[in-house]
Design a protein. Sequence first.
Length: 199
Amino acid sequence: MVQLILILVLAYLIGSIPSGLIVGKVFYKMDIREHGSGNLGGTNTFRVLGVKAGLAVTLADILKGTLAAALTVIFSVDVNPLLPGVLAVLGHTYPIFAGFRGGKAVATSGGVLLFCAPYLFLTILLGFFISLYITKYVSLSSMIAGIIAVLYVVVFGFVKAWDIPLLVVVLLLVSFVIYRHRANIKRIMDKTEPKIKWL
């Protein structure tokens, strides 16, 4: 039990590493929380610092989720890796190292799925980029990718076998992602949401 608690705390701390803040301050001498949407995630990094920084932050945020989920294997703990993965997502969203002002949970959630359900991750990644190419909205594409994730798990359940823990976590994460994007939804409806220009 003590080891499990330590792993969950470590997962949260890994998720709390503010990739956007680090990249912005170290390489650009800028706090991205003071620019754009004020968000620490990859989308705002793309918007404020450009494609290279955005890709670096997004990749780092994905790997946070993957590493957190992998802690169960690294420390040989018999617990579903989705559990520390969820703690990493919470850490990313409410990071203790950045005043509890973090990202919107998309990339880190994807990183958890990369470890726990790699085919699901590849499916939603494809869906994300197709949507992004068509709409040019990162926020909308993130939410569409979440919906694809839910459909994937449900269809897989009917066709092959139900993975209830995965279904529950995916539903929770997708609901959380959509909740975190509520301001973006309003801007999309008002046609004031910024579109990307690099794809």
